[in-house]
Write a protein that binds this ligand. Structure first.
Ligand code: IMP
Ligand code: MG
Length: 181
């Protein structure tokens, strides 16, 4: 694994994004909806940097199934969502890769009649976009590599790393081998 963003770099990028969010929503109130599970670490850090009146909710979106770094069909579970009718909503996700997740989640959210919907992602993977949707707030642009840590996982592991690391081909192969033994 190679470190892509250190703990300190993440902290600075998240602080910068939180400042932009604060400027955009000024006095609030704001409803932040974190997309589980990858956004948990980002969400905990971002909300503590915001001072406007704030509500927090979550929904789950899953597109990877089993031992893979490629997408499967997207499953959205919005049972834990608060009422967002006429509210300003900010969707929070760990990473924007192809963009399908954010696009579909945004469409689902809009059906619940919020006043506004914007989105913020910690990471934007360059050269991977397959949809027209663009996040309103971006922490970092990163190269096209599979990354873990700071909430992001590979098969549910590594979410607890305080830094962001790129998995190398050997790491992916080793993980696959381990699974097969
Ligand atoms: P998208 O729908 O292709 O934009 O993928 C978004 C989701 O895929 C994110 O919320 C992540 O859960 C997952 N994902 C995409 N790239 C990575 C990665 O490099 N590491 C870990 N998870 C990723
Ligand atoms: Mg995710």
């Amino acid at each position: 694994m190679k470190v892509l963003l250190t703990e300190e770099e993440l902290k600075q990028g998240v602080a910068k994004m939180a400042t932009s969010i604060s400027e955009c929503y000024a006095n609030g109130p704001l409803t932040i909806i974190g997309i589980l599970t990858g956004s948990v670490v980002l969400m905990a850090d971002v909300i503590r940097l915001l001072e406007m009146p704030l509500r927090v909710g979550v929904l789950q979106a899953r597109s990877y199934h089993g031992a893979t770094t490629t997408r499967g069909p997207l499953i959205i579970n919005d049972e834990l969502m608060p009422d967002i009718e006429d509210r300003d909503v900010l969707l929070l996700d760990d990473i924007f890769d192809t963009g399908h997740t954010l696009k579909e989640v945004e469409a689902r959210i809009r059906k619940l009649n919020p006043a506004t919907v914007r989105s913020a992602v910690l990471l934007y993977k360059e050269g991977r976009q397959e949809v027209a949707t663009v996040p309103d707030f971006i922490g970092f642009n990163i190269p096209d590599e599979f990354v873990v840590g700071y909430g992001l996982d590979y098969e549910d592991a590594y979410r607890n790393l305080p830094y962001l690391a790129a998995l190398e081909k050997e790491d992916l192969a080793a993980a696959a081998d381990q699974k097969n033994t």
